[in-house]
Design a protein around this ligand. Sequence first.
Ligand code: ZN
Length: 299
Amino acid sequence: MIQRERIADNVYSFQSEVYAQVTAGAVVGPSWAVVIDTLALPEETLAIRDYIEQELSVPVRYVIDTHSHADHAWGNCFFPGATIIGHSLCRNYLEANRSTLDDVRRQNQSYRNVRLVLPQMTFDQGILNLRVGKKTLTLMALPGHSDDNIAVLVEEDRVLFAGDAAMPLPYIVDGEVDDLAASLKKMGKMGLENIIQGHGDIVLRGEIDNFIKENLAYLSNLKKVVRKASRRRYPQEILDEATVESCGKSRVLIGGLAGELHRRNLRSLYRKLYGELPTPSDEDEDEYYDEDEDNDDEE
Ligand SMILES: [Zn+2]
């Protein structure tokens, strides 16, 4: 159900085989470990916990949430002895979306034991350092996918757990396109060995430049499409024509979700920059009223 990979000494990543290739990580010291994100399904998070606590024989003392989204932070409750760390906004968003978890618990048996655990330790500016055995973790904001996204750099290994600031297809519905572009550029200058994306495969040193370039190009294509659409009477037509491939990415990415995520990116960016998209029925109504305006004396 999950794939485990050893990235460097005492540094691991885990990838879901069932939901959106979402990832988590762990940095393990001699007497305790840090987990970076939990996975979407409770049994996947439990598999990570069992691996660390039973096979590596150390307890998990800290869990770092890279951001508040359910597929990364709803497993906090499976580490009852750990302190949860996140951006202060991550805590706010988890709290604000409490009812979503209540709904899911009612609808889906496998979430019945999940309860919300908010980060107890938060920060919003600068960096936070955490020493784990011989490793130094540097936590820093890396916004764009969401404004609460943080990344964790393992300094000694130059390994970056980027949260969803790194994805095979950038996703900006809860974030800001320009913030994400800035975060990608920042990653490109960090001298990294590996980027652990929030979803998808590990980006290796030799692939990083191209990864950054392609993701920046995709974001700039999104902006171009939306700008073009804004000049048309029926913007939706332009958005529909702009397939994920025409913006430089493949639809098979993220377990085949890329096409749908791309649609949502376009719609949300349009709304943010130009307001609500006129729907076909709105347009029809407008035309009707236009035609009717001449003999409209009574109103
Ligand atoms: Zn995610």
